[in-house]
Design a protein around this ligand. Structure first.
Ligand code: 13P
Ligand code: SF4
Length: 346
C-alpha cells in the first residue's frame, strides 16, 4: 500500500497538469485521497472537456469512463484502472435489445423518445442518440424526463425502473399512463421486454432494470428508525424503491446527499440510504458535530474494484496502457445524446 501511494504521488507530481484523476463519490477513501476532481455522474461528465489534462484517469465504473471517452477532446486519452469495474444496472440494458424494443414500440406510429440514465453503456447511449433521445443523471432526471416528454408521444426510460417511477411520481405522471416492461414472447423471441399493444396508450414505458445496491434499502428499515429514533432524518438516493423514497425526508443524487449532511444542524442524526463508502466518509467527516449512519451497509463491489494497487500500476505504465475507446459509429450518436442533456441542463 505504501509503495502504491508513493508511486501515485510521484507520478502525479511529474505529470502535473497533464494528468487528471477523477473519482466518483462511491470510491474508497484510499482512492479518493489521490483524486483531483470528485463528483456525481453529472458533475464529472461536465468537467471532462474543459480539462487541460491529456491523460484522464477515471476512478469509477466503466460506463463513467466511457462517457468521459465520448466527451473527451481528440488530444485527450481516458483510462480506468480496472476495465472489469462494470455497473450491474447498466448491464441490464443491452444495446441490441433496446433498439429492438424501440423499433417495436415505433410500429404503432407514435414517436417514442428514449431517455437513458447515464448508468448505461456507450452502445445504449448511441442507440438513444440515433432515436432522438438523451441521457439523464439522478441530479437532473426531472428536467430531462420533462424535456423528453415534449419531444414525442411517449418516453422509454431505461434502465432504472426505480429512478423512472420516482421521477414520474414527482412529475405527476399517473400510474395508469405507465408501463413497466416485462418478458414477453413476440415473433417467437422470448427475450424481448415489450408487447407493443400494452404500450399503446402509455406516456412512460419503463425498462425493468435496478441497482442491486440500492434495492437493499427497505421501508421496514425506515419504519424501524421512525419508531425508535423519531427525531432522526432519513435521506436516500432515487435509485431506491419508490416506497423507500416516499417515506424518506429527502432524496437526490450523491451531491444532494452530501449537501444534506453538510447543512444538517449540529447535534442531528441522519440516516443515509446509499453506497457505504460515501456514507462512512460523511460519518467520519462530521463525527464531532452530528451522527451520520447508513440506512443499511450496502457496498458496490464494482466501485470497489478500483484500488490503490491498480491505480498505481496504471499510472506507472500509462504510455503503454490501452485507453478506453468507443467506436466512431457509436461515439457520434452517443455524444449527441449526452450533449442534448448538457444543453438542456446548462
Ligand atoms: P450519482 O449520479 O448520484 O452520483 O449516482 C451514480 C450512481 O451510480 C449511483 O448508484
Ligand atoms: Fe451501478 Fe448501483 Fe454500483 Fe451505482 S451503486 S455503480 S448503480 S451497481
Amino acid at each position: 500500500m505504501e509503495k502504491s501511494i508513493e508511486t501515485i504521488e510521484s507520478i502525479r507530481k511529474v505529470m502535473g497538469e497533464d494528468l487528471a484523476i477523477l473519482g466518483h463519490h462511491y470510491q474508497s477513501d484510499a482512492v479518493i485521497a489521490h483524486t483531483d476532481i470528485r463528483g456525481d455522474s453529472l458533475e464529472l461528465s461536465r468537467k471532462i472537456s474543459p480539462l487541460k489534462a491529456k491523460y484522464i484517469v477515471f476512478c469509477g465504473v466503466y460506463f463513467m469512463a466511457e462517457s468521459a471517452a465520448i466527451l473527451q477532446r481528440p488530444d485527450q486519452k481516458v483510462f480506468i484502472p480496472d476495465t472489469g469495474a462494470s455497473c450491474p444496472m447498466a448491464d441490464m440494458a443491452e444495446a441490441g435489445r433496446v433498439e429492438t424494443v424501440l423499433n417495436l414500440l415505433g410500429k404503432s406510429g407514435r414517436k417514442i423518445i428514449p431517455l437513458t440514465y447515464v448508468n448505461s453503456s456507450a452502445a445504449v447511449k448511441g442507440v438513444v442518440g440515433r432515436f432522438g433521445g438523451s441521457v439523464c443523471t439522478s441530479a437532473n432526471a426531472k428536467t430531462m424526463l420533462d424535456w423528453a416528454r415534449k419531444q414525442g408521444d411517449a418516453v422509454l426510460f431505461l434502465p432504472d425502473k426505480h429512478l423512472a417511477r420516482n421521477t414520474a411520481n414527482y412529475l405527476g405522471i399517473p400510474e395508469e399512463k405507465r408501463l413497466i416492461l416485462h418478458e414477453a414472447v413476440i415473433d417467437g423471441d422470448p427475450n424481448l421486454y415489450v408487447d407493443p399493444a400494452e404500450a399503446e396508450d402509455k406516456e412512460l414505458i419503463i425498462w425493468p432494470g435496478y441497482c442491486p445496491i440500492h434495492e437493499e434499502f427497505t421501508l421496514d428499515a425506515i419504519d424501524n428508525i421512525r419508531r425508535t429514533e423519531p427525531d432522526a432524518k432519513i435521506v436516500v438516493h432515487p435509485e431506491c424503491d419508490p416506497s423507500v423514497v416516499q417515506a424518506a425526508d429527502g432524496n437526490g443524487s450523491t451531491t444532494f446527499l452530501i449537501k444534506y449532511a453538510e447543512e444538517a444542524p449540529a447535534g442531528s442524526t441522519i440516516y443515509i440510504g446509499t453506497e457505504e463508502n460515501l456514507v462512512s466518509r460523511l460519518a467520519e467527516r462530521f463525527k464531532n458535530e452530528k451522527v451520520i449512519k447508513p440506512l443499511k451497509v450496502s457496498l458496490c463491489e464494482d466501485m470497489g474494484k478500483i484500488t490503490l494497487e491498480n491505480l498505481a500500476a496504471l499510472l506507472a505504465n500509462i504510455e503503454n496502457e490501452t485507453p478506453v475507446s468507443v467506436s466512431d459509429d457509436v461515439k457520434e450518436p452517443a455524444r449527441l445524446a449526452l450533449e442534448r442533456m448538457l444543453e438542456a441542463c446548462a
